[in-house]
Design a protein around this ligand. Structure first.
Ligand code: SF4
Ligand code: SF4
Ligand code: SF4
Length: 255
């Protein structure tokens, strides 16, 4: 028992949907639970430990006072994994950065805004070193399981470096551009199995950008519909606004 790898899971600013995805792994979870010691997981168990082989962190870094807790987790963990869009890019939380923190606080808390602490939403990597990122809003169960199995087997693990369009075409979906709709799959990192287009919805880019989108985007889709990379990238702020945090462009403001 003592030799089993220890796993912990922590949540910061999030909806906790990614941790629920882990609990939704059902059948596979029983095998995982047999192979590891889960020492902290507020959604499932209440236990504490001084050392974690793997620490999963869900949620964005949105309060300066969370920095100390993140640093403590980092100091106890061999491997830190950012779990989901909130942890990897700040996710939807970053939208408040564009509105302006003061205005966002007043809209949410009204005259009680001063009672609460907040700061611009950032990825976990803005506070501590992150070893792996499992992106998505929510994460893909299959991708989470492939990560855990690889790490437990001592194998290396990496994310796909091609766009969602590749998976979408393999599924023989009719491209949404052919239906007069917009889709971010062209520049979004694959790995979800083209989840949204396969059910008729557009890709909103929840898994973040592919590396070097200018060279790696599905340019045949863009060219076919007369679109440029700039037009596509301008739509990429819903889950990836953090890339513009330093100086939000005027057209991205919602005030
Ligand atoms: S990434 Fe999405 S599903 Fe996961 S915690 Fe954040 S908001 Fe929830
Ligand atoms: S743009 Fe969207 S719908 Fe079209 S192929 Fe790519 S992922 Fe599929
Ligand atoms: S299709 Fe796009 S928005 Fe949907 S899960 Fe995949 S990356 Fe996220």
């Amino acid at each position: 028992m003592a030799d089993k790898p220890t796993i912990a899971s922590f949540d910061f600013t999030s909806c906790e949907g990614c941790q629920l995805q882990i609990l939704n792994c059902e059948d596979e979870l029983l095998a995982i639970v047999g192979a590891v010691d889960i020492v902290e997981f507020r959604e499932a168990i209440d236990d504490k430990a001084d050392h974690y082989n793997i620490a999963f962190i869900e949620g964005a870094f949105t309060r300066e006072s969370d920095r100390a807790r993140l640093e403590t987790i980092r100091s106890k963990a061999d491997v830190v994994v950012a779990l989901g869009a909130c942890a990897c890019t700040g996710g939807l939380n970053v939208l408040k950065n564009f509105r302006g923190i003061e205005k966002s606080m007043k809209l949410v808390y009204g005259d009680k805004a001063d009672w609460f602490e907040t700061s611009p939403a950032l990825p976990i990597s803005a506070a501590i070193k992150v070893d792996y990122e499992i992106p998505g809003c929510p994460i893909s169960k299959d991708e989470f399981l492939s990560f855990v199995k690889s790490v437990l087997a001592g194998k290396t693990w990496s994310l796909p470096e091609y766009p969602v369009c590749v998976e979408c075409k393999l599924k023989e979906n009719v491209c949404l551009y052919h239906k007069g709709e917009y889709c971010m799959g062209v520049v979004t990192r694959a790995g979800c199995g083209a989840w949204c287009p396969s059910y008729g919805g557009r890709c909103y880019g929840c898994r973040g950008l592919i590396p070097d989108p200018n060279n790696n985007a599905a340019k045949d889709v863009l060219e076919e519909f007369g679109l440029t990379m700039d037009q596509i990238m301008g739509e990429f702020r819903l889950f990836n606004g953090v890339y513009d945090v330093a100086e939000p462009p005027a057209e991205a403001r919602v005030d």
